[in-house]
Structure formats: C-alpha cells, structure tokens
Design a protein around this ligand. Structure first.
Ligand code: DSN
Length: 415
C-alpha cells in the first residue's frame, strides 16, 4: 500500500504512515497480541464504508443507504459462523474489550458479581480491573494460577465460585501459555448457576483452525478480537447461542455503541474469508509449533518459562530465577533497540510493579505470518537470550540488530 494520495495533502501523516510500514518491515513483531494483515484486509478497511452510518443490523437499519453495508456485514457474520460454528455472531464490537462490555450488558445488572483471573496472573483489564469500567460497575473477585505450576488452579476456582456465588465466570486470558479447559470451567459455572464468558481474544485463530479446544457451544458467551491469531483487522466479535442473540445485539447497539465501523467490518469479512482457506489451518498449527520451538530454545539457554512451556502462540518468561537483577522493561527496551518488539509482562507471584515487571511475553503469530519456521524461531530465541543476558551491552545490541536486519530481509513483509 502506498500513501501517495495522503502525501499530496498531508505529508506529516504520510511520513508517519510510511515510517510505521518501514518499522513493521524492519523489525520482528513478537507482541503476542499483534499480527500483520493482508493488503486485501487493509484495502477493505480503507474503503468508502468509513463514510456510512449503519446503526442497526443487516436489513434492520435506522438509516438509508445501507445496501452494501448489509452485504458486507452479512458476509462477515456468515463467515464467522462457519469459522467458529456459532449459532449467533455479532461482528460490530470495535474491540475485544467492547465485546466483553456487550456481554456484561447483556448478561448482568450493575452490582452483579464477576469471577475472573487476576491481571497479574494473565487476565485482562476488561475482566474487572478497578481501573476498567468492569471493575467499577460490577463486584469482582479474582482467581489465580497455581504459582508453582503456572496452570489455572481449576480446583481453587471451583471452591472460590462456590463461596463467592458469582453471576458470571470469565475464562480466556491475555498471558496464559496453556490450553484452557473450557468444559471444566463450564462445569463450575453450571454448579453455581453462573454464566460463563470465554474471552478467546488471544486464541480466536487457533480455535477457528481447530488447534485449540473451542468454547463455542460450551460457554454461554464467547468473545474474541479479530487481529491477534486471526488476521481480520482490528476489532471484536461476540458469539452466543440463539437464546442470547437479541440481548447481545441490543447490548452492542444501542447499548454500548452507535454506528458500527463498517470499514472494519469489511476488513473482518475479508480476513474471515482468508481464514476459511485450508492454508489458515496450517498457519495456525505452525504458529503453535513455532512458539514451542521458541520456548524450548529459551529453556535450553536456562530461562524459566511460566508453566514450563506453551500449548499456544505465546511464551511467558520469568526472568527472576535466571536473571534476578534484570527487569522485563530493561529487556523490552534493549530488544526494541535491536529490532525485536515484545512486551514486559507481569508473572504469577509478581514481586515488582506492573510497569517494570519481572517477565517478558513473546508470541509467534506475526513471525509465522512472515514465513518463519521452527529453525528461524530458534535463532530468534538465541537473539533474545543474548539481550536478556547483557541488556546494556551496546556491542551485543548491535550484533543482534544486524542479525535482525538479515532476517527481515530474508522474510519480507509489505511492499
Ligand atoms: N492488550 C492486549 C494484549 O496485549 O494482550 C489484549 O487486549
């Protein structure tokens, strides 16, 4: 995609857009929640649909001029249903957080009780953190992972639910490297007569491709984002059974959003269509294979992985056992200087602040999109280790940077 038209009228913005394209081309994106969409998705996202007001749903709009908006939204809905096997899908949420907001509005009353995973153990702000609307509107208690094993403490969760009597249990996480047993959490939700929201934001693509257990048809509500392990552009999605369809749709519009961002819905339709191609299943499998290879190589270097490994697209490294004086932030900053972009992350039993935590989180969705296989991911693990071991050594940073340049030249991205 070129920005010639923007440049003609607005060189400052064109500079920033071109700078960002170059940044993505020339660095390795390892933020576990990021990916690179196709040119087709980007073109759809920049279409004339950005001009359109389409409040309502296909064939039931509050505005005229929605003929093509209807076509695009129906395509996105039909493709999403096919991908995830859901009875009902709402493709309008602007983000995963807003998808969660839609479910809370559909299922809860203000003051109702949420039981969700603690943020520092891998949860998400929108699962009830005090700084988020969910923590302000609802009563929230949180469960944890077992600090020894790093796995969800399902038994502790069950006991906690029996004591707390929540109205909704939230599963699905932002920094959890293991397969989630949605059926077991559903059994707990059933036992305490609570709804179950499975937020699969991180693993939407893995679930669609069948490389992670699906909560669709198990949990009452499933939310996801459309830009992490699936490459459909930035946005959110809600899935549920037909019995919740009207409540969910009303909670999204008019409950929490006005007109949908139809240009993004077009991006979702294109990205979902791409994910229905059998090649996407191979992509999702390779993403997981790559994460395992990355993790094992980091372990070979003596680094400690939370839970001892990964079943999905991300690894979470606890730096404390191997490098007690090094923080995640220091490593994040030096890695970025060398061209590897990931994020510092809290780890279970965190002893530092969330701003300067003890871990790093690294994901393989974007590298896999670039064409990386296990061997290249092992090399990236070697580079990460070199920086972890000497984050302030300029010679090491320069050497890693040079190797990153070679890798980005070999695995090209956008023209
Ligand atoms: N903030 C995202 C992440 O990085 O996991 C989740 O929304």
């Amino acid at each position: 995609m070129t920005y010639e038209t923007v440049r003609a009228t607005d060189p400052a913005v064109a500079d920033a857009l071109e700078g960002e394209r170059e940044r993505q081309n020339d660095t390795l994106a390892m933020i576990a929640s990021e990916n690179h969409v196709s040119e087709a998705v980007m073109e759809a996202q920049s279409s004339e649909l950005t001009n359109n007001y389409a409040e309502g749903y296909p064939d039931e709009r509050y505005y005229g001029g929605c003929e093509y908006a209807d076509d695009v939204e129906q395509l996105a809905i039909d493709r999403a249903k096919e991908l995830w096997g859901a009875d009902h899908v709402n493709v309008q949420p602007h983000s995963g957080s807003q998808a969660n907001m839609g479910v809370y509005l559909a299922a809860l009353d203000p003051g109702d009780k949420i039981l969700s995973l603690d943020l520092t153990h891998g949860g998400h702000l929108s699962h009830g953190h005090p700084a988020n609307f969910a923590g302000q509107v609802y009563e929230v208690e949180q469960y944890e992972v077992d600090e020894e094993s790093g796995y969800i403490d399902y038994e502790g969760l069950h006991e906690h639910a029996e004591e707390y009597d929540p109205d909704i249990i939230v599963s699905g996480y932002s920094a959890y490297p293991r397969e989630v047993d949605f059926e077991r959490i559903q059994a707990t939700a059933d036992a305490v007569d609570a709804y179950h929201l499975a937020d699969i934001a991180h693993i939407t693509g893995l679930v669609a491709a069948g490389v992670h257990e699906s909560p669709v048809g198990v949990a009452d509500f499933v939310t996801g984002s459309t830009h992490k392990t699936i490459r459909a552009g930035r946005g959110g999605v809600i899935m549920c059974g037909d019995e919740h369809a009207d409540d969910v749709d009303s909670a999204v519009f008019p409950g929490s959003q006005g007109g949908p961002a139809m240009h993004n819905v077009a991006g979702k339709a294109v990205g979902f269509g791409e994910a229905l191609d059998p090649a996407f299943e191979r992509y999702a499998e390779q993403t997981v294979t790559n994460a395992k290879a990355l993790g094992e190589r980091l372990q070979d270097h003596g680094l400690d992985l939370v839970s001892g490994g990964t079943d999905n697209h991300l690894v979470l490294v606890d730096l404390r056992p191997s490098h007690p004086d090094t923080t995640g932030k220091e490593v994040e900053e030096s890695l970025e200087e060398a061209g590897i972009v990931l994020n510092a992350n809290t780890v279970p039993g965190e002893t530092r602040s969330a701003f300067n935590p003890s871990g790093i989180r690294a994901g393989t969705p974007a590298l896999t999109t670039r064409g990386f296989g296990e061997e290249a991911c092992c090399e990236v693990a070697d580079l990460i280790y070199e920086i972890v071991d000497a984050p302030h050594d300029e010679a090491v940073v320069a050497e890693v940077s040079q190797r990153v340049d070679e890798l980005t030249d070999e695995y090209t991205l956008y023209d």
